[in-house]
Write a protein that binds this ligand. Structure first.
Ligand SMILES: Cc1cc2nc3c(=O)[nH]c(=O)nc-3n(C[C@H](O)[C@H](O)[C@H](O)COP(=O)(O)O)c2cc1C
Length: 313
């Protein structure tokens, strides 16, 4: 987790000067979804732990910022209710493939019916990582009244199963099950990036899960160039992990990311002030991206290129 932020600190931006102005362009189109800013909302679980409105508030703020929200399978508001709370929002549904194939299909159908435009399949979680802070905090289970609403199955709520038995065949099965584009989240090794392409994914999200799965995985932004090279432009490559400032967004995009996503900053905004808090976090990032672009001598995020990033130490 710390490495993700520190790695951005070790990268420096090298601006160009006297290149004229023009209308700023920060928008990106990803898998048919349009985002006005290249900062997406990463999937994070249990938003009602942070604010009573939970994922409804996050979705409204994402819609107001005209960006894409990846709704966690482990949301505390059902995906149908998240969609209803923010009409017009671009939602992608994050899925941990469940060993019960029929139940996985139920989740996919619900995401489709709710209008989600992509499936984000998280592949870095064959088991839950060891979370020292959760252990110290004594966090075992959701408090009374909060549930993973996407996992309701008749009268019961299923547990989230992190299965070590998953293989690329499960990605193939999803590919056959749905016409939705599949984003493979949590690829870190370039060899896996190539395999993901072989298995027909539509985008990759380079991520070490914000440091919550295997400890000591390299920083996401340090992994990015090798994955981008392996993918060779075949599909968009996204990044999450440690993005805190607009300059971080520019650094990742200069190194080849099509866009980035933020996890913790959204939850912090939600905890501070619900929908307004998330909206504020996204506004700050957008203003910082615009300011950094101008100061780099650019008008569009598309014009960022690797030569604008240097190692500062
Ligand atoms: C509280 C919390 C819950 C998370 N829940 C999920 C989840 O349900 N599914 C998932 O794929 N990733 C989950 N993640 C990982 C995020 O999607 C993302 O990879 C990570 O937060 C990015 O790092 P950042 O927090 O530094 O922005 C979670 C992260 C946090 C901090």
């Amino acid at each position: 987790m710390r490495a993700n932020e520190a790695a951005f600190g070790r990268l420096a931006l090298l601006p160009r000067v006297l290149r004229g102005g023009g209308k700023l362009e920060t928008g990106v189109t990803l898998l048919g979804s349009r985002a006005a800013m290249p900062v997406l909302v990463a999937p994070t679980a249990f938003h009602r732990l942070a604010h009573p409105e939970g994922e409804r508030a996050t979705a409204r703020a994402a819609a107001a910022a005209e960006t894409i929200m990846m709704v966690s399978m482990a949301a505390t508001v059902a995906v149908e209710d998240v969609a209803a709370a923010a009409p017009g929002a671009d939602l992608w549904f994050q899925l941990y493939v469940q060993p019960d194939a029929a139940f996985t299909e139920t989740l996919v159908r619900r995401a489709e019916a709710a209008g989600c435009k992509a499936l984000v399949v998280t592949v870095d979680s064959p088991a839950l990582g060891l979370r020292d802070r959760d252990r110290r905090n004594g966090f075992h289970d959701l408090p009374d009244g909060l549930r993973c609403e996407n996992l309701r199955d008749g009268d019961r709520v299923r547990p989230i199963v992190m299965s070590p038995d998953l293989t690329w065949e499960h990605v193939d099965a999803l590919r056959e099950m749905t016409a939705l584009p599949i984003v493979c989240k949590g690829v870190t090794h370039p060899a896996d990036a190539v395999l993901a392409l072989d298995h027909g994914v539509s985008a990759l999200l380079v991520s070490n899960h914000g440091g919550r799965q295997l400890d000591t995985v390299p920083a996401a932004v340090d992994l990015l160039p090798d994955v981008v090279a392996a993918v060779g432009g075949a599909v968009p490559v996204l990044l999450d992990g440690g993005v805190r400032r607009g300059t971080d967004v520019l650094k990742a995009m200069a190194l080849g990311a099509a866009a980035v996503a933020v996890g913790r900053p959204v939850v912090w905004g939600l905890a501070v002030d619900g929908e307004r808090g998330v909206a504020r976090v996204l506004e700050l990032l957008r203003a910082e991206v615009e300011n950094a672009l101008v100061l780099c001598g650019l008008t569009s995020v598309r014009d960022l290129e690797p030569g604008m990033v240097r190692r500062s130490w």
